[in-house]
Write a protein that binds this ligand. Sequence first.
Ligand SMILES: NC(=O)c1ccc[n+]([C@@H]2O[C@H](COP(=O)([O-])OP(=O)(O)OC[C@H]3O[C@@H](n4cnc5c(N)ncnc54)[C@H](O)[C@@H]3O)[C@@H](O)[C@H]2O)c1
Ligand SMILES: O=C(O)C(=O)C[C@@H](O)[C@H](O)[C@H](O)COP(=O)(O)O
Ligand SMILES: [Zn+2]
Length: 361
Amino acid sequence: MSDTTVIPVHGTDGMRDYEVLVGRGILDAVADRLPPRAEKVLIVHAPPLAERAERLREQLSERYQVLLAEIPDAEGAKRVEVAAFCWQILGQTDFTRSDAIIGLGGGATTDLAGFVAATWLRGVAVVQIPTTVLGMVDAAVGGKTGINTAEGKNLVGAFWAPRAVVCDLELLEGLSRNEILAGYAEVVKAGFIAEPGILELVEADAQRATDPTTPEFRRAVELAIAMKARVVGEDFTEQGLREILNYGHTLGHAIEHAERYQWRHGAAIAIGMMFAAELSRLTRHLSDDAVDRHRRILDSLDLPTSYPAGRWPTLLASMRRDKKARGALMRFIVLDDIARPTVLQGPDESLLFSAYQEIAS
Ligand SMILES: NC(=O)c1ccc[n+]([C@@H]2O[C@H](COP(=O)([O-])OP(=O)(O)OC[C@H]3O[C@@H](n4cnc5c(N)ncnc54)[C@H](O)[C@@H]3O)[C@@H](O)[C@H]2O)c1
Ligand SMILES: O=C(O)C(=O)C[C@@H](O)[C@H](O)[C@H](O)COP(=O)(O)O
Ligand SMILES: [Zn+2]
């Protein structure tokens, strides 16, 4: 464990403090992070993680009765039917408040596992083991849990902090390059809103910054996690500051909805950040240089930055249902400069359309 980085997260709103561990080959740490009085543990995982879940089950079975819940892959996990499937397992095995859930997988799995933990008996412990870049730097940290509905992304959910987050970088070795790059969209999001050092790492050498075996990758990931830890430690339930983590998400979530949840989250958010940068240029005088920097960085990561012009009415309707909206007023996270985020409330539709035209294909 000597090479493990420990990032503390301050608990507020009745949540306990917890830690995010980052390292290689550190899954042994999981047992010690489970509640001491737990007897049963449910590992929630998608099919691609089945072998890994079985190994974890063997590792934990000396101390616990370990159950497995194999759920649908990717966004298919974030449905109420899948939560009900997990609740049924918990009910049939007399899972009590001292037992614990483990979310093992990408952000979709950890969002669902967290939601099941938040709702079962009004809250049981969850330890998250993210297995994608996006899960490690964002989804598994911070306690936002949730599922999608036909009307929109993450419309049902709860704030429920994990007991620990264990990020074993070795788990990333089976991921495709496209999956790594999509997850990296949230790493550069952290760069744009608060940690320009991340952007510098990508600009210096995008290949090394995105290769999970390099020190540059680990540095970028740790900077992104530490930034998120600071923000959620101050504003767990998104009363204000936490909204900055939604940079690029108002349009990004609308794209995911328009694409019937078949797109990778990070790809949609990349387009959303490009839109937010253009909106920032129009409303906050974000410099041309800073906007071009967005496009250059996203291009260097092979992430998309445009979307068809004709989809605007659909996207606008969907953005009105965004959780940041207050009545008829839409809210967007924009930048005064790199690492200086702010909220734009109630912009005119014509202004939004002008920003969209800049990214429309
Ligand atoms: N709660 C939050 O704060 C938060 C933050 C960001 C994103 N999210 C959510 O996270 C989700 C996206 O997460 P994601 O990008 O990790 O996608 P994902 O969970 O869909 O995983 C992507 C794919 O990679 C596979 N996979 C995962 N780990 C693997 C591994 N180690 N080896 C091989 N295959 C593996 C998965 O099975 C899936 O097919 C979205 O639903 C998004 O809304 C939540
Ligand atoms: O943790 C947060 O807060 C975020 O906004 C992080 C986002 O990257 C993430 O996609 C989150 O799930 C979006 O939250 P939502 O409230 O817009 O559904
Ligand atoms: Zn996101």
